[in-house]
Design a protein around this ligand. Structure first.
Ligand code: KIV
Ligand code: ZN
Length: 498
Protein backbone atom coordinates (compact mmCIF):
# COMPACT_ATOMS: atom_id res chain seq x y z
CA UNK A 1 0.00 0.00 0.00
CA UNK A 2 1.41 3.39 -1.04
CA UNK A 3 2.03 5.85 1.80
CA UNK A 4 0.71 9.39 1.62
CA UNK A 5 3.13 12.30 1.52
CA UNK A 6 1.59 15.48 2.96
CA UNK A 7 2.05 18.50 0.70
CA UNK A 8 2.67 21.67 2.76
CA UNK A 9 2.65 24.74 0.54
CA UNK A 10 4.53 27.80 1.71
CA UNK A 11 4.16 29.98 -1.42
CA UNK A 12 2.29 32.55 0.67
CA UNK A 13 4.91 32.66 3.44
CA UNK A 14 8.45 31.62 2.43
CA UNK A 15 7.68 32.12 -1.28
CA UNK A 16 6.25 35.56 -0.79
CA UNK A 17 9.42 36.83 0.91
CA UNK A 18 10.93 37.49 -2.54
CA UNK A 19 11.54 41.24 -2.98
CA UNK A 20 9.01 42.72 -5.41
CA UNK A 21 6.68 39.71 -5.30
CA UNK A 22 4.50 40.72 -2.36
CA UNK A 23 0.80 40.03 -2.73
CA UNK A 24 -2.12 41.88 -1.19
CA UNK A 25 -4.81 40.07 0.83
CA UNK A 26 -7.18 39.67 -2.13
CA UNK A 27 -4.40 38.12 -4.25
CA UNK A 28 -3.36 35.86 -1.38
CA UNK A 29 -6.92 34.59 -1.03
CA UNK A 30 -6.95 33.88 -4.78
CA UNK A 31 -3.73 31.85 -4.47
CA UNK A 32 -4.99 30.04 -1.36
CA UNK A 33 -8.19 29.05 -3.18
CA UNK A 34 -6.15 27.77 -6.12
CA UNK A 35 -3.94 25.75 -3.74
CA UNK A 36 -7.06 24.31 -2.14
CA UNK A 37 -8.35 23.24 -5.58
CA UNK A 38 -4.92 21.82 -6.41
CA UNK A 39 -5.24 19.55 -3.39
CA UNK A 40 -2.45 20.70 -1.04
CA UNK A 41 -2.88 19.46 2.54
CA UNK A 42 -1.45 22.46 4.41
CA UNK A 43 -1.27 26.12 3.41
CA UNK A 44 1.25 28.23 5.29
CA UNK A 45 -0.62 31.50 4.95
CA UNK A 46 1.84 33.91 6.55
CA UNK A 47 3.84 35.13 9.52
CA UNK A 48 1.19 37.13 11.44
CA UNK A 49 3.46 39.07 13.79
CA UNK A 50 5.59 40.34 10.89
CA UNK A 51 3.03 42.90 9.63
CA UNK A 52 -0.65 43.87 9.89
CA UNK A 53 -0.99 42.78 6.23
CA UNK A 54 0.26 39.27 7.00
CA UNK A 55 -1.99 39.06 10.06
CA UNK A 56 -5.00 40.11 8.00
CA UNK A 57 -4.20 37.67 5.18
CA UNK A 58 -3.93 34.70 7.55
CA UNK A 59 -7.26 35.68 9.11
CA UNK A 60 -9.08 36.22 5.81
CA UNK A 61 -7.72 33.01 4.26
CA UNK A 62 -8.81 31.11 7.40
CA UNK A 63 -12.36 32.33 6.87
CA UNK A 64 -12.72 31.25 3.24
CA UNK A 65 -10.44 28.24 2.76
CA UNK A 66 -11.70 25.47 4.97
CA UNK A 67 -10.48 22.11 3.63
CA UNK A 68 -6.68 22.35 4.04
CA UNK A 69 -4.96 23.03 7.35
CA UNK A 70 -4.07 26.74 7.62
CA UNK A 71 -0.70 27.28 9.19
CA UNK A 72 0.89 30.42 10.66
CA UNK A 73 4.60 30.92 11.32
CA UNK A 74 6.11 32.23 14.55
CA UNK A 75 9.50 32.55 16.20
CA UNK A 76 9.93 30.77 19.53
CA UNK A 77 8.49 33.85 21.19
CA UNK A 78 5.30 34.01 23.28
CA UNK A 79 3.96 37.19 21.65
CA UNK A 80 4.41 35.68 18.15
CA UNK A 81 2.45 32.61 19.21
CA UNK A 82 -0.38 34.66 20.71
CA UNK A 83 -0.67 36.79 17.57
CA UNK A 84 -0.58 33.70 15.32
CA UNK A 85 -3.31 32.07 17.35
CA UNK A 86 -5.45 35.21 17.06
CA UNK A 87 -4.92 35.33 13.28
CA UNK A 88 -5.98 31.68 13.05
CA UNK A 89 -9.13 32.15 15.15
CA UNK A 90 -11.52 31.45 12.24
CA UNK A 91 -9.58 28.53 10.76
CA UNK A 92 -11.46 25.24 10.69
CA UNK A 93 -8.19 23.28 10.81
CA UNK A 94 -5.21 25.19 12.17
CA UNK A 95 -1.53 24.76 12.87
CA UNK A 96 1.12 26.91 14.54
CA UNK A 97 4.62 26.55 13.09
CA UNK A 98 7.19 27.65 15.65
CA UNK A 99 10.93 27.15 15.88
CA UNK A 100 14.46 28.34 16.49
CA UNK A 101 17.96 28.05 14.98
CA UNK A 102 19.93 24.91 15.82
CA UNK A 103 23.17 25.17 13.83
CA UNK A 104 26.42 26.36 15.49
CA UNK A 105 26.14 29.56 13.37
CA UNK A 106 22.65 30.37 14.57
CA UNK A 107 23.31 29.41 18.20
CA UNK A 108 26.57 31.31 18.53
CA UNK A 109 26.26 34.28 16.16
CA UNK A 110 22.54 34.86 15.63
CA UNK A 111 20.89 33.94 18.93
CA UNK A 112 24.12 34.24 20.96
CA UNK A 113 23.22 31.58 23.48
CA UNK A 114 24.02 27.98 24.44
CA UNK A 115 22.77 24.72 22.88
CA UNK A 116 20.99 23.87 26.16
CA UNK A 117 19.17 27.19 26.22
CA UNK A 118 17.99 26.59 22.62
CA UNK A 119 16.38 23.30 23.69
CA UNK A 120 14.69 25.03 26.63
CA UNK A 121 13.29 27.84 24.45
CA UNK A 122 12.19 25.38 21.77
CA UNK A 123 10.24 23.28 24.28
CA UNK A 124 8.69 26.32 25.94
CA UNK A 125 7.48 27.59 22.56
CA UNK A 126 5.98 24.24 21.57
CA UNK A 127 4.24 23.86 24.96
CA UNK A 128 2.90 27.40 24.75
CA UNK A 129 1.62 26.87 21.20
CA UNK A 130 -0.13 23.67 22.31
CA UNK A 131 -2.21 25.77 24.71
CA UNK A 132 -3.83 27.36 21.62
CA UNK A 133 -3.89 24.56 19.03
CA UNK A 134 -3.54 20.77 18.90
CA UNK A 135 -1.40 20.80 15.78
CA UNK A 136 2.06 22.29 16.40
CA UNK A 137 4.91 22.04 13.94
CA UNK A 138 8.44 22.73 15.16
CA UNK A 139 11.15 23.97 12.76
CA UNK A 140 14.81 23.44 13.60
CA UNK A 141 16.17 26.35 11.59
CA UNK A 142 19.42 25.65 9.70
CA UNK A 143 19.15 21.95 10.57
CA UNK A 144 21.05 21.34 7.32
CA UNK A 145 24.24 22.58 8.96
CA UNK A 146 23.48 21.31 12.47
CA UNK A 147 25.25 18.45 14.17
CA UNK A 148 23.04 15.36 13.85
CA UNK A 149 23.52 14.18 17.47
CA UNK A 150 22.49 17.59 18.82
CA UNK A 151 19.60 17.85 16.32
CA UNK A 152 18.31 14.46 17.53
CA UNK A 153 18.25 15.78 21.13
CA UNK A 154 16.31 18.89 20.07
CA UNK A 155 13.79 16.84 18.12
CA UNK A 156 13.26 14.34 20.94
CA UNK A 157 12.67 17.20 23.39
CA UNK A 158 10.16 19.08 21.21
CA UNK A 159 8.19 15.92 20.47
CA UNK A 160 7.99 15.33 24.23
CA UNK A 161 6.81 18.93 24.57
CA UNK A 162 3.95 18.25 22.14
CA UNK A 163 5.18 18.85 18.56
CA UNK A 164 3.09 16.89 16.06
CA UNK A 165 5.32 17.65 13.05
CA UNK A 166 9.10 18.18 13.10
CA UNK A 167 10.49 20.25 10.25
CA UNK A 168 14.15 19.79 9.30
CA UNK A 169 15.00 22.82 7.12
CA UNK A 170 18.07 23.04 4.97
CA UNK A 171 17.71 26.80 5.39
CA UNK A 172 20.78 27.75 3.39
CA UNK A 173 20.44 25.09 0.68
CA UNK A 174 23.82 23.68 1.66
CA UNK A 175 23.25 19.93 1.95
CA UNK A 176 24.12 17.28 -0.58
CA UNK A 177 21.19 14.96 -1.32
CA UNK A 178 22.94 12.04 0.35
CA UNK A 179 23.75 14.14 3.41
CA UNK A 180 20.18 15.41 3.77
CA UNK A 181 18.77 11.89 3.32
CA UNK A 182 21.21 10.61 5.95
CA UNK A 183 20.07 13.37 8.35
CA UNK A 184 16.45 12.22 8.09
CA UNK A 185 17.49 8.57 8.45
CA UNK A 186 19.60 9.45 11.51
CA UNK A 187 16.60 11.10 13.18
CA UNK A 188 14.37 8.14 12.41
CA UNK A 189 16.89 5.76 13.92
CA UNK A 190 18.07 7.84 16.88
CA UNK A 191 15.08 9.78 18.20
CA UNK A 192 13.23 7.33 20.48
CA UNK A 193 9.82 9.07 20.21
CA UNK A 194 10.04 9.88 16.47
CA UNK A 195 6.98 7.72 15.71
CA UNK A 196 4.85 10.33 17.57
CA UNK A 197 5.53 13.02 14.95
CA UNK A 198 5.68 13.44 11.19
CA UNK A 199 9.07 14.40 9.77
CA UNK A 200 8.94 17.28 7.28
CA UNK A 201 11.45 18.41 4.67
CA UNK A 202 12.01 22.10 3.95
CA UNK A 203 14.77 22.66 1.40
CA UNK A 204 16.19 25.72 -0.30
CA UNK A 205 17.67 25.76 -3.76
CA UNK A 206 20.94 27.67 -3.35
CA UNK A 207 22.91 24.85 -5.01
CA UNK A 208 20.05 23.73 -7.25
CA UNK A 209 19.44 20.63 -5.11
CA UNK A 210 16.20 21.45 -3.30
CA UNK A 211 14.13 18.88 -5.19
CA UNK A 212 16.81 16.18 -4.96
CA UNK A 213 17.19 16.81 -1.22
CA UNK A 214 13.45 16.70 -0.66
CA UNK A 215 13.13 13.41 -2.51
CA UNK A 216 16.02 11.96 -0.50
CA UNK A 217 14.14 13.10 2.61
CA UNK A 218 11.05 11.18 1.47
CA UNK A 219 13.11 8.10 0.58
CA UNK A 220 14.47 8.16 4.14
CA UNK A 221 11.13 8.52 5.87
CA UNK A 222 9.92 12.13 5.73
CA UNK A 223 6.15 12.18 5.14
CA UNK A 224 5.61 15.90 4.68
CA UNK A 225 7.26 18.10 2.02
CA UNK A 226 7.37 21.90 2.24
CA UNK A 227 7.24 23.43 -1.21
CA UNK A 228 6.25 26.49 -3.24
CA UNK A 229 4.64 26.90 -6.65
CA UNK A 230 7.31 27.47 -9.34
CA UNK A 231 9.92 27.10 -6.55
CA UNK A 232 9.50 30.77 -5.64
CA UNK A 233 11.31 31.94 -2.54
CA UNK A 234 14.17 34.10 -1.35
CA UNK A 235 17.55 33.83 -3.10
CA UNK A 236 17.45 30.76 -5.37
CA UNK A 237 14.04 29.80 -4.04
CA UNK A 238 12.37 26.92 -2.21
CA UNK A 239 11.69 23.39 -3.38
CA UNK A 240 9.20 23.50 -6.22
CA UNK A 241 5.86 21.78 -5.65
CA UNK A 242 5.48 20.67 -9.25
CA UNK A 243 8.91 19.03 -9.41
CA UNK A 244 8.45 17.07 -6.19
CA UNK A 245 4.87 16.03 -6.92
CA UNK A 246 5.69 14.87 -10.45
CA UNK A 247 8.85 13.05 -9.29
CA UNK A 248 6.80 11.20 -6.68
CA UNK A 249 4.16 10.44 -9.33
CA UNK A 250 6.62 9.27 -12.00
CA UNK A 251 8.45 7.05 -9.52
CA UNK A 252 5.52 5.99 -7.33
CA UNK A 253 6.14 2.28 -7.89
CA UNK A 254 9.71 2.55 -6.67
CA UNK A 255 9.08 5.07 -3.87
CA UNK A 256 5.73 3.60 -2.81
CA UNK A 257 4.28 7.03 -2.00
CA UNK A 258 1.36 9.17 -3.22
CA UNK A 259 0.15 12.75 -2.84
CA UNK A 260 -3.39 14.11 -3.11
CA UNK A 261 -2.41 16.72 -5.70
CA UNK A 262 -4.64 17.02 -8.77
CA UNK A 263 -1.69 17.27 -11.15
CA UNK A 264 -3.86 18.51 -14.03
CA UNK A 265 -4.17 21.83 -12.20
CA UNK A 266 -0.41 22.33 -11.86
CA UNK A 267 0.12 24.43 -14.98
CA UNK A 268 -2.86 26.67 -14.27
CA UNK A 269 -1.73 27.27 -10.68
CA UNK A 270 1.82 27.95 -11.84
CA UNK A 271 0.60 30.63 -14.26
CA UNK A 272 -1.65 32.23 -11.63
CA UNK A 273 1.23 32.55 -9.14
CA UNK A 274 3.61 33.76 -11.84
CA UNK A 275 1.27 36.50 -12.99
CA UNK A 276 0.16 37.65 -9.52
CA UNK A 277 3.76 37.76 -8.28
CA UNK A 278 5.02 39.32 -11.54
CA UNK A 279 7.62 36.61 -11.69
CA UNK A 280 8.06 34.96 -15.10
CA UNK A 281 8.72 31.23 -15.11
CA UNK A 282 12.06 30.47 -16.77
CA UNK A 283 11.33 28.87 -20.18
CA UNK A 284 13.32 25.71 -19.39
CA UNK A 285 11.86 25.25 -15.88
CA UNK A 286 11.03 21.58 -15.25
CA UNK A 287 7.31 20.73 -15.58
CA UNK A 288 5.94 24.29 -16.00
CA UNK A 289 8.43 26.12 -18.25
CA UNK A 290 7.27 27.17 -21.71
CA UNK A 291 9.76 24.74 -23.25
CA UNK A 292 9.20 21.85 -20.83
CA UNK A 293 7.29 19.93 -23.51
CA UNK A 294 8.66 21.60 -26.65
CA UNK A 295 10.87 19.66 -29.03
CA UNK A 296 13.05 21.31 -31.62
CA UNK A 297 15.79 18.91 -32.70
CA UNK A 298 15.06 16.69 -35.67
CA UNK A 299 15.87 13.40 -33.94
CA UNK A 300 13.69 14.20 -30.93
CA UNK A 301 10.80 15.49 -33.05
CA UNK A 302 10.87 12.34 -35.13
CA UNK A 303 10.99 10.23 -31.96
CA UNK A 304 8.10 12.06 -30.29
CA UNK A 305 5.97 11.82 -33.42
CA UNK A 306 6.57 8.05 -33.60
CA UNK A 307 5.74 7.58 -29.93
CA UNK A 308 5.48 10.39 -27.41
CA UNK A 309 7.17 8.35 -24.68
CA UNK A 310 10.38 8.18 -26.75
CA UNK A 311 11.32 11.62 -25.45
CA UNK A 312 8.66 12.53 -22.89
CA UNK A 313 8.43 10.98 -19.43
CA UNK A 314 5.29 12.94 -18.58
CA UNK A 315 2.24 13.34 -20.77
CA UNK A 316 1.80 17.15 -20.80
CA UNK A 317 -1.95 16.64 -20.28
CA UNK A 318 -1.15 15.19 -16.84
CA UNK A 319 0.04 18.61 -15.66
CA UNK A 320 -2.59 20.58 -17.55
CA UNK A 321 -0.53 21.49 -20.62
CA UNK A 322 -2.66 20.87 -23.68
CA UNK A 323 -0.10 19.21 -25.90
CA UNK A 324 3.61 18.90 -26.52
CA UNK A 325 4.76 21.32 -29.17
CA UNK A 326 6.95 20.67 -32.12
CA UNK A 327 8.88 23.82 -32.88
CA UNK A 328 10.12 24.03 -36.45
CA UNK A 329 13.71 25.26 -36.67
CA UNK A 330 16.74 24.58 -38.87
CA UNK A 331 17.31 21.43 -36.80
CA UNK A 332 13.90 19.94 -37.56
CA UNK A 333 13.63 16.91 -39.80
CA UNK A 334 11.20 15.88 -42.54
CA UNK A 335 8.97 14.03 -40.05
CA UNK A 336 8.28 17.20 -38.06
CA UNK A 337 7.69 19.28 -41.18
CA UNK A 338 5.32 16.67 -42.56
CA UNK A 339 3.47 16.52 -39.23
CA UNK A 340 2.98 20.30 -39.31
CA UNK A 341 1.87 20.18 -42.96
CA UNK A 342 -0.72 17.56 -42.09
CA UNK A 343 -1.94 19.66 -39.16
CA UNK A 344 -2.44 22.51 -41.61
CA UNK A 345 -4.37 20.20 -43.92
CA UNK A 346 -1.73 19.52 -46.62
CA UNK A 347 -0.78 16.15 -48.08
CA UNK A 348 2.28 15.76 -50.31
CA UNK A 349 4.04 12.96 -52.18
CA UNK A 350 7.62 12.18 -51.22
CA UNK A 351 9.27 14.24 -54.02
CA UNK A 352 7.11 17.28 -53.29
CA UNK A 353 7.88 16.95 -49.62
CA UNK A 354 11.62 16.76 -50.39
CA UNK A 355 11.35 19.97 -52.36
CA UNK A 356 9.43 21.79 -49.61
CA UNK A 357 11.89 20.49 -47.04
CA UNK A 358 14.82 21.86 -49.06
CA UNK A 359 13.16 25.31 -49.18
CA UNK A 360 12.22 25.02 -45.52
CA UNK A 361 15.89 24.51 -44.53
CA UNK A 362 16.96 27.54 -46.56
CA UNK A 363 14.37 29.71 -44.84
CA UNK A 364 15.13 28.24 -41.39
CA UNK A 365 18.76 29.27 -41.81
CA UNK A 366 17.62 32.88 -41.95
CA UNK A 367 14.71 32.75 -39.53
CA UNK A 368 14.91 31.12 -36.10
CA UNK A 369 11.41 29.68 -35.88
CA UNK A 370 9.23 28.81 -38.84
CA UNK A 371 5.58 29.60 -38.24
CA UNK A 372 2.38 28.45 -39.93
CA UNK A 373 2.36 31.44 -42.25
CA UNK A 374 5.87 30.58 -43.48
CA UNK A 375 4.81 27.00 -44.10
CA UNK A 376 1.89 28.13 -46.24
CA UNK A 377 4.26 30.22 -48.31
CA UNK A 378 6.66 27.31 -48.68
CA UNK A 379 3.89 25.10 -49.98
CA UNK A 380 3.32 27.55 -52.79
CA UNK A 381 -0.02 28.74 -51.52
CA UNK A 382 -0.74 32.05 -53.17
CA UNK A 383 0.71 34.69 -50.99
CA UNK A 384 -1.54 37.71 -50.79
CA UNK A 385 1.45 40.05 -50.71
CA UNK A 386 0.63 41.14 -47.19
CA UNK A 387 -0.45 39.60 -43.94
CA UNK A 388 -4.25 39.61 -43.57
CA UNK A 389 -3.89 41.33 -40.19
CA UNK A 390 -1.24 43.89 -39.38
CA UNK A 391 -0.70 46.62 -36.80
CA UNK A 392 -0.41 49.90 -38.72
CA UNK A 393 -1.08 52.56 -36.08
CA UNK A 394 -0.54 52.67 -32.35
CA UNK A 395 -0.80 55.74 -30.19
CA UNK A 396 -1.01 55.71 -26.42
CA UNK A 397 -1.45 58.26 -23.69
CA UNK A 398 -0.36 57.12 -20.26
CA UNK A 399 1.49 58.30 -17.18
CA UNK A 400 1.05 58.74 -13.46
CA UNK A 401 -1.81 61.23 -13.69
CA UNK A 402 -3.36 60.24 -17.04
CA UNK A 403 -6.11 57.75 -17.79
CA UNK A 404 -4.41 55.27 -20.15
CA UNK A 405 -5.92 55.55 -23.64
CA UNK A 406 -4.84 53.75 -26.79
CA UNK A 407 -5.76 54.19 -30.44
CA UNK A 408 -5.05 51.21 -32.63
CA UNK A 409 -5.15 50.99 -36.42
CA UNK A 410 -5.27 47.48 -37.84
CA UNK A 411 -4.96 46.60 -41.50
CA UNK A 412 -7.54 43.89 -41.97
CA UNK A 413 -7.45 42.33 -45.44
CA UNK A 414 -5.97 45.50 -46.91
CA UNK A 415 -8.24 48.04 -45.19
CA UNK A 416 -7.32 50.11 -42.16
CA UNK A 417 -9.77 50.08 -39.25
CA UNK A 418 -9.20 52.12 -36.09
CA UNK A 419 -10.51 51.97 -32.58
CA UNK A 420 -9.82 53.74 -29.28
CA UNK A 421 -10.14 52.31 -25.76
CA UNK A 422 -9.12 52.98 -22.19
CA UNK A 423 -7.63 50.48 -19.76
CA UNK A 424 -5.73 50.08 -16.52
CA UNK A 425 -2.48 50.69 -18.43
CA UNK A 426 -1.40 51.39 -22.03
CA UNK A 427 -1.16 47.69 -22.93
CA UNK A 428 -4.55 46.86 -21.47
CA UNK A 429 -6.08 49.83 -23.34
CA UNK A 430 -4.44 48.80 -26.64
CA UNK A 431 -5.51 45.15 -26.28
CA UNK A 432 -9.09 46.28 -25.67
CA UNK A 433 -8.94 48.43 -28.82
CA UNK A 434 -7.66 45.42 -30.83
CA UNK A 435 -10.44 43.25 -29.43
CA UNK A 436 -13.02 45.87 -30.47
CA UNK A 437 -11.76 45.61 -34.04
CA UNK A 438 -11.57 41.89 -34.52
CA UNK A 439 -14.91 40.91 -32.93
CA UNK A 440 -13.69 37.54 -31.64
CA UNK A 441 -13.58 36.15 -28.10
CA UNK A 442 -9.94 35.88 -27.21
CA UNK A 443 -8.49 34.86 -23.84
CA UNK A 444 -4.99 35.94 -23.00
CA UNK A 445 -3.35 32.83 -21.48
CA UNK A 446 0.24 33.93 -21.13
CA UNK A 447 2.01 37.24 -21.52
CA UNK A 448 5.74 37.42 -20.99
CA UNK A 449 7.92 40.48 -21.46
CA UNK A 450 11.67 39.96 -21.27
CA UNK A 451 14.53 42.39 -21.70
CA UNK A 452 17.39 41.05 -23.79
CA UNK A 453 20.11 42.94 -21.93
CA UNK A 454 19.81 45.28 -18.98
CA UNK A 455 19.85 48.85 -20.32
CA UNK A 456 16.82 51.13 -20.51
CA UNK A 457 17.41 51.33 -24.29
CA UNK A 458 17.04 47.57 -24.49
CA UNK A 459 14.87 45.56 -26.86
CA UNK A 460 11.89 43.97 -25.14
CA UNK A 461 10.82 40.53 -26.34
CA UNK A 462 7.18 39.65 -25.92
CA UNK A 463 5.71 36.15 -26.03
CA UNK A 464 1.96 35.83 -25.97
CA UNK A 465 -0.31 32.85 -25.77
CA UNK A 466 -4.01 33.28 -26.53
CA UNK A 467 -6.94 30.91 -26.54
CA UNK A 468 -9.72 31.05 -29.12
CA UNK A 469 -12.48 28.44 -29.32
CA UNK A 470 -10.41 25.89 -27.39
CA UNK A 471 -7.27 26.29 -29.49
CA UNK A 472 -3.99 27.90 -28.47
CA UNK A 473 -2.10 30.36 -30.68
CA UNK A 474 1.29 31.95 -30.02
CA UNK A 475 2.47 35.42 -30.96
CA UNK A 476 5.86 37.05 -30.73
CA UNK A 477 7.43 40.44 -31.28
CA UNK A 478 10.53 42.38 -30.27
CA UNK A 479 10.83 46.14 -30.15
CA UNK A 480 12.57 48.83 -28.13
CA UNK A 481 9.05 50.06 -27.34
CA UNK A 482 7.48 47.38 -25.17
CA UNK A 483 3.93 48.62 -25.66
CA UNK A 484 4.35 48.29 -29.44
CA UNK A 485 6.02 44.90 -29.02
CA UNK A 486 3.14 43.73 -26.83
CA UNK A 487 0.43 44.82 -29.28
CA UNK A 488 2.36 43.38 -32.25
CA UNK A 489 2.71 40.06 -30.43
CA UNK A 490 -1.02 40.07 -29.61
CA UNK A 491 -1.89 40.81 -33.25
CA UNK A 492 0.63 38.19 -34.41
CA UNK A 493 -1.17 35.56 -32.31
CA UNK A 494 -4.63 36.66 -33.52
CA UNK A 495 -3.46 36.55 -37.14
CA UNK A 496 -2.81 32.83 -36.72
CA UNK A 497 -6.43 32.03 -35.89
CA UNK A 498 -7.79 29.92 -38.67
O1 KIV B 1 14.18 28.02 5.72
C1 KIV B 1 13.78 27.97 6.90
O2 KIV B 1 14.47 27.56 7.82
C2 KIV B 1 12.43 28.45 7.16
C3 KIV B 1 11.86 28.23 8.53
C4 KIV B 1 11.34 29.51 9.10
C5 KIV B 1 10.83 27.15 8.47
O3 KIV B 1 11.78 28.98 6.28
ZN1 ZN C 1 12.63 28.46 4.32
Amino acid sequence: MEEKVIVFDTTLRDGEQVPGCQLNTVEKIQVAQALDELGVDVIEAGFPISSPGDFNSVMEISKVVTRPVICALTRAVKKDIEVASEALQYAKRKRIHTGIGVSPYHIEYKIKTTPEEIIRRACDAVKYARKFVDDVEFYAEDAGRADNEYLAKVIEAVIDAGATVVNIPDTTGYCLPEEYGEKIRFLRNNVPNIDKAIISTHCHNDLGMATANTIMGVINGARQVEVTINGVGERAGNTSLEEVVMTLKCHHKHLNTVTDINTQLIYKTSRLVSSLMNMPVQPNKAIVGRNAFAHSSGIHQDGVLKKRENYEIINPIEVGVRESSIILTARSGRAALNHKLQQLGYKFEKEELDDIYFRFLKLADKKKVINDEDIKILTGEVFQGEKPLKLEVLQVICGKTAVPVATVGLKINGEIHTSTATGNGPIDAAFTAVRQLIHETIHLEEFLIQAITRGSDDIGKVHIQIEHEGKIYYGFSANTDIVTASVEAFVDAIAKIK
